[in-house]
Write a protein that binds this ligand. Structure first.
Ligand SMILES: Cc1cc2nc3c(=O)[nH]c(=O)nc-3n(C[C@H](O)[C@H](O)[C@H](O)COP(=O)(O)O)c2cc1C
Length: 163
């Protein structure tokens, strides 16, 4: 990498640390086994049809099964669920991830019961870009918790919208 590119990578990382992102756990069911990953690279795509996109690193264990799924669920974390965010970003906590707080929906996809919001999507498309794949889902069901207090990730730490 030439020096200019290294500098750009640093300044890009620094710039992105100033972007507040809502924290999500994406969940799927693989051969009857629940699987999930913490992800901030999630974006609303359109209202007609109601759709969103999720970006997953190809190096993640979640990547290959995600490509085979008919459905995935975006569980938007509530501010009091930072432990859930840490657990689904830490491979060493794999066995603990679905022990409590989850139920299976009619498609068999895990649903986080106390999530800030949860959106079941049919996976309809994917695109590769660099180290990641972009998965597009059309929403089939969406629920929200009345209280609006999502978990955010900003400058490398978890916080709420008012701090
Ligand atoms: C706050 C936060 C946000 C993350 N966002 C994403 C993301 O959007 N996409 C992604 O592929 N990985 C993301 N990661 C990394 C994955 O959660 C982590 O690497 C994952 O646990 C790797 O899965 P594996 O250990 O099962 O391979 C994020 C991690 C953290 C802590």
């Amino acid at each position: 990498m030439i020096e200019g590119e290294a500098q750009l990578a640093d300044s890009f990382r620094r710039a992105m640390r100033r972007v507040a992102s809502t924290v999500n756990v994406i969940s799927i069911c693989v051969d009857g086994q629940p699987m999930g990953i913490t992800a901030t690279a999630v974006s609303s795509l359109s209202l007609h049809p109601p759709s969103l996109l999720v970006c997953i690193n190809r190096a993640a264990a979640f990547h290959a099964p995600m490509g085979d799924m008919s459905h995935f669920r975006v569980n938007v974390l509530h501010r009091d669920q930072s432990d859930m965010a840490r657990m689904f970003a830490d491979r060493s906590q794999h066995a603990l991830r679905f022990l409590s707080g989850w139920e299976l929906d009619a498609t068999g996809t895990p649903r986080l019961v106390d999530a800030q919001a949860t959106i079941l999507c049919r996976r309809i498309d994917s695109h590769s870009f660099g180290t990641h794949s972009i998965f597009i889902g059309v929403a089939e069901e969406a629920d929200s918790r009345d209280e609006v207090d999502p978990l955010l990730y900003l400058d490398g730490r978890y916080c709420g919208a008012d701090e």
